[in-house]
Every structure is written in C-alpha cells, then in structure tokens.
Design a protein around this ligand. Structure first.
Ligand SMILES: [Zn+2]
Length: 177
C-alpha cells in the first residue's frame, strides 16, 4: 500500500495557531502509520519520508506504478485563525475508497476523543487519480483551539497514527487483501 504524507518542502500546507505547520504534524504521523503496518507484515511505500516537495501527480503515479492496493493520504485541516472553535477529524474518499475511509474514521473515533466531522466524498486530485481504493484523512485542525495543542504533542500524534493504522488493518482484513 501507499501512505501519502501531504505537502512537504516548499509547501508547508496549512499554518495554524502559533505557526503550527501541517507538514510537520503529518510527517511523523505518516511515518508511524507506515512502521506499525510494516511490523504487521504489510508492504508499505511512502510518497515522501522526509521534508520534501512532491507534486500531486507524482504522488498518484507512485501509487499506480507500484500497483498499490490501498492509498491513504494524511493531512491536517485548517480554517481561518479567527475560527478556533472549528475542530475535529474527517476522512474523504472519491469513488472506491468509501469503506476504507469509514474504517479509518471509525477507528480514530473509537480510540480518540475528538469531534466527528464525518466521512465525505470529495474530488481531491490524489483520490481521483489513484487507481486503487483511496482515502484522505484530515487528522484535526491546526487552527483549532482543541486540536492544535494536541497535534503539537508526540503522544497525541502516536495515538492518531495507531488509530489510522488499525483502521487500515481492519480494511485489509475485511477485503482479505
Ligand atoms: Zn493538506
């Protein structure tokens, strides 16, 4: 499977409270998701393992060329800094990734106390141009007064990584991949 940590390099992604950068939050989460899955015997490819810029097309191509059976993109959400009241986790799919998105969102909600913003369909590039079931999880708001302080901590990021990995494993077992 392919794990896709969003943004990187010259693209910091969203900037939140106290300058908290999306790319810095999601890389450690993504790396931990990958290592948990690898320990469970899942073959994992990452679109980036360090702080570098990768195009959206490059991300989709990596997954398609490797003939990955699952693609999971990891992002953090943002809204205006004047809306710290907006917090929570949401997971997107485009076509065949609905069950995958539901498995990830469900797993997060079972193990972490965080607002549920739901599973939604959206035309994100990496979801449209990947040839396998794909999902994009937004692990919380870097602009949120509840989410941002937690996303800063390694302990919370580990909890989030474990929950995402568990959701992916459930999906793998369900699909008998
Ligand atoms: Zn993002």
């Amino acid at each position: 499977m392919t794990i896709d940590p969003g943004h990187g390099g010259r693209d910091p992604g969203a900037i939140g409270i106290g300058g908290l950068r999306e790319k810095d939050v999601i890389l450690p989460i993504s790396r931990e998701v990958a290592s948990i899955l690898q320990r469970q015997g899942v073959q994992v490819q990452m679109t980036r393992v360090d702080d570098r810029y990768v195009t959206l097309a490059g991300r989709a191509q990596m997954a398609n060329r490797a003939r990955s059976q699952i693609f999971v993109s990891i992002h953090a959400n943002a809204i205006s800094l004047s809306r710290p009241d907006v917090n929570g986790v949401e997971t997107y799919y485009y076509s065949s990734g609905r069950q995958l998105a539901q498995a990830i969102q469900g797993s997060i909600l079972r193990s972490i106390s965080i607002r549920n913003r739901g599973v939604k369909r959206a035309r994100f590039y990496v979801l449209r141009y990947t040839a396998m079931p794909s999902a994009l999880v937004e692990v919380g708001f870097v602009t949120g007064r509840d989410d941002a302080p937690r996303l800063r901590t390694a302990a919370f990021r580990s909890q989030m990584a474990e929950a995402i990995a568990r959701g992916i494993l459930e999906y793998i077992q369900w699909r008998r991949l």
